[in-house]
Ligand binder design. Structure first.
Ligand SMILES: [Zn+2]
Length: 78
């Protein structure tokens, strides 16, 4: 059995309506749950929302699949 790479990432903490409540830290499998391809390295990025600055990780997924638990957390909402 292949070992799953794990990474600790910081993501925007949004509720079901999309409102931001600071940031949260997650430990996730850094491999696509659909095709198994490894995701690109996360980079810390600053963003501003409602006058406050936050540092969150952004990353590129080469295969384009979006993990369900991250869908809500992405900055641009794609
Ligand atoms: Zn994939």
């Amino acid at each position: 059995m292949q070992q799953m790479p794990n990474k600790t990432i910081i993501v925007p903490n949004r509720d079901g309506q999309g409102w931001l409540h600071g940031v949260r830290t997650m430990n996730v499998d850094w491999r696509c749950h659909i095709c198994g391809e490894e995701t690109g390295n996360p980079k810390l990025q600053q963003f501003c929302e409602e006058g406050k600055w936050y540092s969150v990780h952004t990353w590129v997924k080469p295969c384009g699949h979006m993990a369900k638990y991250l869908r809500k957390a992405t900055i641009m909402g794609n």
